[in-house]
Design a protein around this ligand. Structure first.
Ligand SMILES: Cc1ncc(COP(=O)(O)O)c(C=O)c1O
Length: 404
């Protein structure tokens, strides 16, 4: 029996926008936090859950029927990222995926961990724990002064004690693209591994993990991929799979019939433990299908066009200081900016007013972790499904609010 899922064909950004009916009323610029889930993806998740409910979740009917769409989803994600199926494990989010990578390494006192200064707060927490639990030396490199400064920092920080480098493909705070491939090349010359945080990249721009050459890569399904909430993944390159064991997973599953040879290790067998939500995985596959059929280059190009419109408008507003680099190729759909004289409370008031008056949603946040009071900014995430009208409403709202 088949689950009977209707994978709606969505191959243009106009189709996608129609599949996000709330965009008729809301100008949504928060995809960097949570991407909205298309209606057709919600339907896919619902069909899968309904099937399990109708047939009993642990019956052979459900188990057999769910296997095919789930496998299809996993393969679609691996293809989108250009990795092998066995190099990918699913998680509930990026933070959990990053934890899996960190726990798979055996940290020794005096080991060194190089991290970019623009990493997400979830990585900052890990750095603190590495210092506290394992006496690891954490070296933070300036990442907001351009690629050359960062790469010079990498070169001089690399030492025989370096275990790992961590950097984002696109920084959460200001949307800057970091030089991932170049960092991997430098690290590999010294046999050092690199983990890339792709939370803000996957679904926003084309991501080719193999071409980047990193050892580990983590990401979320529920941001730019527009997948269901609570989906993410960790990639561990084939070379690392033998040692990739973040938890307590034996070489042979305890249920394996005695005498059968051990299976080849996979990221999934090592990093996915216990029961998970099959319907969400299948739903994530539907989102990946949408991204793949529209094409990430087309999505990136559209977001770049809208971002230019937004940034041009923003540059005309007195008192605004844009933090995101504006030279072509240095950022994508995220624009962060500060406003002269605005503290956190005033920023929040501004975002409340933007919602009340213009029905647009932005994020007012601290730019660093731990927070620094003087670095409160607005982050605007522009995705391929946004429209000119929404961008204009946002610019108009900002102009009115700041003028005052
Ligand atoms: C770069 C980066 N890493 C990690 C995260 C955490 O993502 P998640 O909530 O999916 O764990 C975020 C969230 O905004 C992020 O921007």
């Amino acid at each position: 029996m088949e689950v009977g899922i209707n994978y709606k064909r969505i191959s243009t950004l106009a189709d996608l926008r129609r599949d996000l009916p709330f965009t008729k009323e809301v100008g949504y610029f928060q995809t960097g936090t949570y991407g909205p889930t298309p209606d057709s993806v919600v339907q896919v998740v619902a069909s899968a859950m309904r099937f399990e409910a109708n047939h009993g979740p642990a019956t052979s009917t459900s188990r057999e029927a769910m296997r095919e769409p789930e496998e299809r989803a996993r393969r679609a994600l691996a293809a989108l990222l250009n990795v092998k199926h066995r190099e990918l494990a699913l998680t509930t989010n990026t933070s959990q995926a990053m934890q899996r990578v960190m726990r798979a390494l055996e940290w020794r006192p005096g080991d060194e961990f190089i991290v970019s200064s623009l990493e997400h707060v979830s990585t900052t927490g890990i750095s603190w724990e590495l210092e506290r639990k394992h006496q690891v030396k954490v070296i933070t490199l300036t990442a907001d002064q351009g690629d050359a400064v960062f790469l010079e920092g990498v070169k001089s920080a690399l030492s025989p004690r370096t275990r790992l480098i961590c950097l984002s493909e696109i920084a959460s705070a200001d949307g800057r693209r970091l030089p991932v491939a170049e960092t991997c090349a430098l690290a590999h010359e010294k046999n050092v591994s690199v983990v890339v945080d792709g939370a803000q990249a996957v679904g926003q721009v084309p991501v080719d993990i193999r071409a980047l050459g990193c050892d580990y890569y983590v990401g979320s399904g529920h941001k730019w991929l527009l997948g269901p909430m609570g989906t993410g993944f960790v990639y561990a390159s084939e070379d690392h799979l033998g040692a990739f064991n973040p938890d307590y997973v034996p070489e042979r599953h305890p249920w394996t019939v005695p005498g059968t040879p051990a299976q080849e290790p996979s990221a999934r067998s090592r990093a996915e433990i216990g029961t998970y939500n099959h319907a969400l995985v299948i739903g994530l596959g539907a989102s990946v299908d949408i991204m793949a059929s529209i094409g990430l280059s087309a999505i990136e190009a559209r977001a770049a066009q809208l971002s230019k419109r937004f940034r041009d408008g923003l540059l005309e507003i007195p008192g605004v200081k844009i933090l995101t680099p504006l030279e072509p190729g240095t950022s994508a759909g995220i624009t962060s900016f500060m406003i002269q004289g605005y503290d956190r409370a005033r920023m929040e008031y501004l975002s409340t007013n933007l919602w009340d008056k213009q029905r647009v949603v932005v994020k007012a946040q601290w730019l660093t972790a731990p927070p620094r009071a003087e670095l409160v900014a607005v982050r605007v995430s522009i995705a391929g499904f946004n429209s000119e009208d929404e961008v204009d409403r946002l610019v108009e709202g900002l102009r009115d609010e700041i003028a005052g």
